[in-house]
Design a protein around this ligand. Structure first.
Ligand SMILES: [Zn+2]
Length: 155
């Protein structure tokens, strides 16, 4: 697997928890277990997805352990970062054990508008803020270096 392919796949996977916005179309309330920021944002779901991806047939010798750790980190980070946002009703991090919605004590990230609202002045402000907040991570990820050996195992 190429680094660019893995980066693109993991980027898409990092956004997957927000596919739960379809719940609104089905009339599922925000605060329901399968409402927005519910089960899809839970630690258990991140573990489940990591297990599923690690169990998939391997391509290009990528270690199952690497897949497990990367997929878990990428998916769980979404819910954890959402706890740092200043809107919504919190994140069901402990679902299915507990549907309590959690926020971090410090919430510096403005919550993103949903749907077409993202294409507003407020949406642009949120995207600019996220660009600045995550700039160090982007710099680290895109910094040129040889990454080919780190994703492979010897099996
Ligand atoms: Zn989210």
């Amino acid at each position: 697997m190429s680094f660019a392919g893995a980066a693109l796949g993991l980027t898409l996977l990092s956004m997957a928890p927000d596919l739960d916005v379809v719940a609104f179309a089905f009339g599922i309330p925000y605060e329901a277990p399968f409402g927005h920021r519910g089960a899809s944002h839970a630690i258990a779901t991140a573990l489940l997805l990591a297990g599923v991806f690690a169990a998939l047939p391997r391509r290009a010798g990528v270690s199952r352990h690497v897949v497990l750790v990367l997929v878990f980190a990428v998916v769980v980070s979404h819910g954890l970062l959402d706890t740092l946002t200043d809107g919504g009703r919190g994140i069901a991090l402990l679902w299915p054990l507990d549907n309590t919605r959690y926020f971090a004590p410090w919430r510096p990230i403005p919550v993103s508008p949903i749907g077409a609202g993202l294409l507003s002045t407020r949406g642009a402000r949120v995207m600019l803020t996220e660009l600045v907040v995550f700039a160090p991570a982007w710099l680290w990820a895109l910094w040129p270096r040889d990454r080919s050996a780190k994703l492979m195992d010897d099996e």
